[in-house]
Write a protein that binds this ligand. Sequence first.
Ligand code: HEM
Length: 455
Amino acid sequence: MKLDTPSQTLKDPFSLPGPKGKFLAGNAIDFGKNPLFFLTQCAKEYGEIVPIHLGQRKAVVVTNPKYVEYLLKDREVFVKPEALKSMRSLLGQGLLTSEGETWFHQRRLAQPVFHQKRIGGYADVMVDYTEIMLAHWKDGETKNIQAEMMRLTFNIVMKTLFSSDVTEEQARDVSEAMHVSADWMLKQRRSFITFPESFPTPSNLHYKNAIDRLNKQVYQIIKQRRASGEDPGDLLSMMMNARDEDDGSQMSDKQLRDEITTLIFAGHETTANTLAWTWMLLSQYPEAQAKLQQEVKQVLGDRPPTFADLPALSYTSAIVKETMRLYPVVWNIIAETSRECEMGDYRIGADWTVISSPWVMHRSEAYFEQAELFKPERWEGDFEKKLPNGVYTPFGGGPRTCIGKSFALMEAALLLVAIAQKFEISLVPNQTIIPQATITLQPKNSIQVVLKQRD
Ligand code: HEM
């Protein structure tokens, strides 16, 4: 981000005030204990660029939208953090974890697969699976809505990836591997002393076994599909058929395996948690749930939603946007600098960590009036277009923006209206719901709701 400031006048962010750290750990303990509070306080007390130490590592927390935009745009300077490498056993060199040429090549191959027109074909799968779930819901029942949404989005991502090729055992092994991996990554992140992955601790062995089982199943699915020569039009066959425009190359089995696990990992928990937060908010704001109901009646009547209905479901779309503002499941975007660079008036050193947080930006009164309130109406008209770049970034931005954005928005809207059509949902009273910033932003315990069947 080259500004007009002559480089000798650039300032060192570490000359600015920041939160006091502890001996050796710096701010790592406070950040780790309650990251949402820590990042919010940094912005509130110290401003748009705040120096901190994560252990011995220099880091800055940025909330100036221009700095956030720069971080998202220049992915040669701002690379994925080293800590992400701990996800490589699960995700390999898939889109989420790869860098440079490898990432660029894979992104080019995968991009057309996620084009809105192509994924529109999955709308029916999304609605059908929701109806299967709803057929098991009963009037007056209490449910953990996050667990319900998790199961539903997992089934949907598996179906859209593999059509009907997946056995129950395969789905179970994949699901188990996702859970074990998420727990393992969290433990690694939280513990002060971590053993290398190859060290046979019980936790490492459990993780390794889960990955081995996942690999066996995914490679078997790929092998069967290649042998059958069939093309059922699912994501797997689209990725298998994808060809590089320049050199005509296609994905190897290993690349397919890495992308498949990446899509399952990135593509179900995110949408599930977004929907769980949506139902919490709609229960807390019954007038919004009533307005949603009105839109559903008006646009759909009693028939199930389709892809073609999406443009008419404008209030539904505003609800999803507003939920992602207040509860952005990707609550922070962290990068490391591959070289020294300039951020506004500041010089950022090589190999520093730069942290931006949609949680903090999305709750800033500077951009959102009554920022703590759930007001889907704020998204009417061209409100989103008027926001400065770097302010509202639930899907990231720049070259590494979420490849599944259209898929996720379509899924969230369709599932929401399909459920709202049949059930009114309210929170079980007197429960404390605490957002927990783990790999995604999720409720610390659960969100318990009561179902009321509509007539
Ligand atoms: C509400 C749902 C979702 C949210 C909020 C979300 C958010 C994000 C964000 C913020 C990033 C960028 C991370 C960064 O810059 O470091 C990202 C990347 C990614 N997302 Fe999503 N995501 C969602 C759903 C999905 C779905 C449904 C899929 C696939 C089916 C998916 C696949 C991916 C992949 C593969 C990447 C890596 C892209 C790359 O680096 O080239 N996401 N997502």
